[in-house]
Each structure stands twice: as C-alpha cells, then as structure tokens.
Design a protein around this ligand. Structure first.
Ligand code: GLN
Length: 454
C-alpha cells in the first residue's frame, strides 16, 4: 500500500531519492512468512520505514543529497538502519535532504527540492524535509532523520508530524554521514508520539562502533508514551516557557497555537513557569561557527580518491583533480560552509572565532542547567513560522539560518528535543509545532509529556 501511495504522490512531493520497490516487497513477504510461523523478529516486523539519505544503507545508494556521492552504495548499514532491519522493519527507500544536511528547506538538495504535502508551493522544512514529507503524505508511517541544528524537529513542525532529537549519544551515529560530529543525532519522525517512541526504542542504546555512544540503560520510551496517554495528566510537572523563545516576533498563528497549547497543559495540571536563557541570543552565531568548522573537517574526505565523483581531465596534478572534483561535486551552501569553517579554524583566528563559539556553547549549556532547576520540561514553538514558500529564502543564507533560532540551543547542549503538532495557523492553514526539551538522558520524560499534550 505504501509503495502504491509513493507511486501516486511522488511526482508532486518528491520526498524520495531512491525507492526500494521490489526489494521492499520481497522482504515484507518474507516477514509475513516468519510471522505465520510465529517467528516474527519483533512486534514491529513488517512496518515500512523511510530512511534519510544521510544514513548508510548496504542495498541502496547513500548520497546525503550531494552530487559528490551520486550512486555511492556503502559497504555497511548505519547502526540505526541495521537495528530496524533486525527488528523486521522494511526500508522503503531513501529520503531527500539538503546537501550534507545543511539547510532548513531541502532546497539545497542536489536532486531538486521536496514539496510540502500540505501546500506543494511551500517548503517541507530541512534538512530532513524528505522524511517529514513522506510521513505527512502517508508514503511511510515512520521515518529516520538526523538533527544537527533542528533537521528533525523543524521539518516535523512544518509538516504536522512528530520528530525527536534524542540526547546526544543516545542513538548511534555509526554510518550517519557526518555533518558536525559534536551536534549530530539520529532520531525518529512519525505521526504520533507513541510511534516515535517505538522507533526510538529500536534504534537507541549503546553501540561500540560510536565512541560518543552513551553506555546507559535506557527506560522504554514506548512505555513512557503509553503512561502519558493513559494518565492524561500533567499534575506536578513544571513546564518552563523560555522567555527568549516565547514567540515574540514569531508569526501570529504560531504564537496563538503556542499560547493555546500552554493553556491546555495548565488545564492538565502543569505548573507553567517562565525561565530565562540569556545566552540563547548568541546560540545561532556560535552554531554557525562550530558547525562549519566541524563540517569543513568532516567533508575533507571527499577528495575524489576514496569516494564518489572524480573529475580528471588528464595531465592534471592530484591537487587539480581534487579541486575540480570538489568544485563540481559540492553545491553553493556546502562551499560557503567549508570556506567559513576553514577560515574560522585558521591559525590566528582560531581563538577569536572557534574558541569564543565554544565558550558561548558552555554558556548555553549553563542556561539550560539553571532553567532545568526551575522546570521539568522547557517549551517553545518549534519554528518561528509555518512552512514558507519555496524560493523565498534560498538566496538569502542569513534568513535561512535565522529560522533555526528555536532548535539550535538543544544541539549545543546535547539535550533531547521533540516537536509535535498543535494545530494549524489560522492565517494560512499550515501546521504549527510545539517544541519540548528535557535534560540530557531524560528522553522518556519528553515522550510522557508529549503523549499527554498530543
Ligand atoms: N538548518 C540547520 C543547518 O542548516 C540544521 C541542520 C541540521 O540539523 N542538519 O545547519
């Protein structure tokens, strides 16, 4: 049914870069047989799942939305993909994304933009717009994304889906094509909080292949979501509204739905408190130094020797071949960030840029520590606006970056964040998302509270 739906809506939505097709059907039939024999690998066996193209897959190309990796089929599965397969979930295909996950609209994909199923003239968010659009358009029930500065939560917000960025280290990054290694986290996209929790339980937990993977024993996220649904109460939960992200300057309908969500939480028994996070003002600036610095280093490996595209006109030096290949293989946003990153890391500038950005990062972390003394969860709108028109910000990097104001702080601090739908903005009829944030390792709290609010 999902493959049929993909065939029907893909010409309009373009959520996928690759559709597994017959391979997915064969696997689904195999799972059916196993189930008939009482040997289904898990309760989720047979559930189709869409995979963001940033994740390595053995049997499907993995391009990260870039021409430089066009047609590249990795020799291994990313750990989250391997775990989904082991549980019997069936990968449907690879979803579109901004090149190397740099962007907030999927317009920086080298393979054309994804369209928001709610309004095809609008962006589906980014960088994981393909995963969010696939779930919103009923092409897939669940999907995987990656979130470095909001790439799961912002697309979820603008497509009316649920998206979760787990605690840094909670889900393995092994096989996730790196953007900024200290910020990247893989997580679920779904239509309900419980669905996200079920996927989180499968993909999460320690992985010796990822040196930053936490060794914690995690509670069941699904159990937390079910408890939240069953209890339907927020009695005793302190909900902190971050003053710096309280919606001032945001779109009217976003503010309205956010205010209503707060009211519903208060009615469910939550104590609403205002908290201050004075350094969030500098979070975007710090992020857009740390991210390009780490990205420029991570992207150095695309040298035309080991991966993908190679432009070699003959009679050229190695350096010329590398330069020509990177020139042809990378899009403008990737080049912009590589230049910014290498500049920020150059001798003589390191302390002024990268060094001070890291200090700001510590201050943002301290803001969160103080805020979580007053509140159990923090809330904000997930994005300042609903889905904006395709083309509106594509030539204005700064406008694109400012869109990330709400989501970036959680990545800088490594804490978990969730976006869940809270209705449509009256002025344009487009989805609005509520962001919930919890202290590091308290992902289960997000699912409990999220399931109550949903
Ligand atoms: N929009 C952010 C950026 O462009 C988020 C990216 C991400 O989370 N991968 O960097």
């Amino acid at each position: 049914a999902h493959l049929d739906r993909i065939a029907e809506v893909e010409p309009d939505v373009h959520a996928f870069l690759h559709v597994a097709g017959p391979a997915a059907l064969t696997r689904a039939e195999e799972i059916d047989r196993l189930r008939a024999e009482g040997r289904a690998p898990s309760a989720l066996a047979g559930v189709p799942v869409a995979i963001k193209d940033v994740l390595c897959t053995l049997d499907m190309p993995s391009t990260a939305g870039s021409k430089i990796l066009e047609g590249w089929v990795p020799p291994y599965d990313a750990t989250p993909v391997a775990r989904l397969r082991a549980a019997g979930l069936v990968p449907l295909g690879k979803t579109n994304m901004d090149e190397f996950a740099m962007g907030s609209s999927t317009e920086y994909s080298a393979y054309g933009a994804t369209h928001n199923p709610w309004d095809l003239s609008r962006i589906p968010g980014g960088s994981g717009g393909g995963s969010a659009a696939a779930v919103a358009a009923f092409e897939a029930p669940v999907a995987l994304g990656s979130d470095t500065g909001g790439s799961i939560r912002q697309p979820a917000a603008v497509t009316g889906t649920v998206g979760v960025k787990p605690t840094y280290g909670g889900v393995s990054r092994y096989g996730s094509i790196a953007l900024a290694s200290s910020l990247d986290q893989v997580g679920p996209v779904s239509r309900t909080v419980l669905d996200a929790a079920l996927i989180h339980d499968v993909i999460g937990g320690h992985d010796p292949h990822d040196a930053t993977s936490l060794t914690d024993e995690w509670p069941s996220m699904a159990a937390a979501a079910r408890r939240g649904k069953a209890e339907g109460s927020l009695a005793g939960v302190r909900v902190g509204v971050v003053h710096q992200l309280d919606g001032s300057g945001f779109q009217g309908g976003v503010r309205q739905r956010f205010g209503e969500a707060l009211k519903r939480m208060a009615e469910a028994g939550a104590e609403i408190v205002e908290v201050q996070a004075p350094h969030f003002e500098y979070a975007i600036s710090a992020y857009y130094l740390i991210l390009p610095a780490e990205a420029s280093s991570n992207l150095a490996k695309y040298d035309s020797v080991r991966f993908g595209l190679r432009v070699d006109p003959g009679r050229s030096t190695t350096e010329q071949v590398m330069a020509l290949s990177r020139e042809a293989g990378f899009g403008p946003e990737v080049k912009r960030r590589v230049i910014l990153g290498t500049y920020a890391l150059s001798a003589g500038y390191y302390d002024a840029y990268y060094g001070s950005a890291q200090q700001v990062r510590t201050l943002v972390q301290r803001d969160f520590t103080a805020a979580f003394e007053q509140a159990d969860v923090l809330v904000s709108p997930s994005a300042p606006t609903t889905a904006f028109p395709l083309g509106e910000k594509v030539d204005d990097p700064l406008a694109m970056y400012l869109n990330d104001v709400t989501t970036i702080p959680a990545n800088l601090a490594g804490i978990p964040g969730m976006s869940l739908p809270i209705g449509l903005a009256p002025e344009d009829g487009l989805p609005v998302g509520l962001q919930l944030m919890a202290p590091a390792r308290e992902d289960a709290r997000l699912y409990r509270v999220g399931a109550t609010v949903e």
